[in-house]
Design a protein around this ligand. Sequence first.
Ligand code: ZN
Length: 316
Amino acid sequence: MRISIIGMLLGGILACAELTSAAPPIRVLLLDGEQAGAYHAWQETTPYLKRMLDDAGIFQVDVVTAPARGDDFSTFKPEWGKYQVVVSNYDAPDDRWPDSVKASFEQYIRGGGGLVSVHAADNAFANWKEYNLMIGVGGWRGRNEKSGPHFYYENGNLVPDPAPGFAGSHGARLAFKVVNRVTDHPITSGLPKEWMHVGDELYANLRGPGENMTVLATAFSDPANRGTGHDEPILMVISYGKGRIFHTVIGHDLAALNCVGFITTYQRGTEWAATGKVTQKVPRDFPSADTTSMRREYDPPAGWTSPGARPRPPSK
Ligand code: ZN
């Protein structure tokens, strides 16, 4: 009798383990392609962004590259519905996508699809209203006070500042401290309240509708480094219809991607945007309040320099 009970228990545990290991992977569409200049080298960053998701062990990632400027968009019809989440490493101007593609994307997110906006993806589509509702805030490409207020944190509150001005700025790529403002969200739960990010662009002056947006983490934009003197949004979550959006403004180049703080919040944010939950544990090598943390396996290749630091090709 005793043996059979133990046997039943064991059987139950084994069955559970089998179910867990057989859980289907989260399907991810990683979107890249056109960028404005030489500074955001998606050809370099996409393989790292893909590998970081692959290494989490719960995702299955397909990369979809949008046509380049001037190329034929008639066959660009991403099958959004095959995926639980779209990770965007893509920046392009407003008029690039056919209206039918924009409409299918809006329908997908509104119906419960997930979106992760990485760094310059929040530069894209300055005048596409629905896209800006999804990302909450954005910068550059002509955005200004008409795009929405400049959001920042002050005295523990998110402030929408309507003062006129451009949208989007950053200083030199120095390390900076990220402060979690919401510590009980699935993405930030269990993370240190403060952590040091490696040298990266600290986006500031982002503007947008900011509707249904929760700022999870901020960083102080230091006037000594061409900053605003405000605590600027770094990690955000937004809801759009039934869709969940995770917006991370960090990750300018390969050096900036190799921060365990970026990697962890990106992996967790992608899972959350897809499922509404986070099952991934906080890694032991997560950065502390005063020490950055990188991983050797994500080091840029030997001899690599940041795209902005490379000599420009001779003009034709
Ligand atoms: Zn950048």
